[in-house]
Design a protein around this ligand. Structure first.
Ligand SMILES: [Zn+2]
Ligand SMILES: [Zn+2]
Length: 179
């Protein structure tokens, strides 16, 4: 969905859209696993600067491999957003102070229209957790044999434990004052 400046000059544009999975390309590892639902409004808040404010909320489920065990995990995203867009060619005209005064996040658009799908994509990417894990208790993959430890306990544990202790001993040796 494109929102044009000409349209916004007349009135705010309300949107309520459902974007099916597959239409937006995310990061290669991320997959949209549900319809992305978004609703909100775009309005021209400053005609002189062509400053556009987009407010709304979205919900979607994203699937990605778990950072620890690499199995596919689901990440439901629900996010309110309040964004300010300036034309990329004109924003330098706006004083930095003017821009800084706002509480909203600031971004730029090119030409005379905004692509709502691209905006929603950005909101989704920023809303995803830094650490993408299937669950807090995910045990991950054994570094020695590659077994998914959520599915099967492997026999490498003794070795892994030894390794931990040896690291601790090294650390302790480093921390101890040398005489
Ligand atoms: Zn996991
Ligand atoms: Zn193992």
């Amino acid at each position: 969905m494109l929102i044009s400046l000409q349209e916004l000059e007349l009135r705010p544009v309300q949107f309520k859209i459902d974007i099916p999975a597959g239409e937006i390309e995310y990061d290669a590892a991320l997959k949209q696993a549900s319809v992305l639902h978004a609703e909100g409004a775009a309005e021209l808040v400053n005609h002189a600067l062509n400053e556009i404010r987009i407010r709304g909320a979205l919900s979607v489920t994203i699937e990605a491999p778990c950072d620890r065990c690499l199995e596919t995990a689901s990440f439901p995203v629900r996010k309110d957003f309040d964004l300010l867009y300036y034309p990329s060619d004109e924003y330098e005209a706006a004083s930095e102070e003017e821009i800084r005064q706002t509480e909203s996040e600031v971004a730029y658009y090119e030409g005379d229209r905004l692509n709502l799908s691209e905006i929603l994509r950005e909101v989704v990417l920023l809303a995803l957790p830094m650490q993408m894990i299937c669950s807090e208790s995910c045990k991950g993959i054994c570094p020695a044999c590659g077994e998914n430890r959520n599915l099967r306990e492997c026999d490498c544990h003794a070795e892994a434990a030894d390794d931990r202790w040896s690291k601790l001993r090294t650390l302790r040796a480093e921390l101890e004052p040398r005489h």
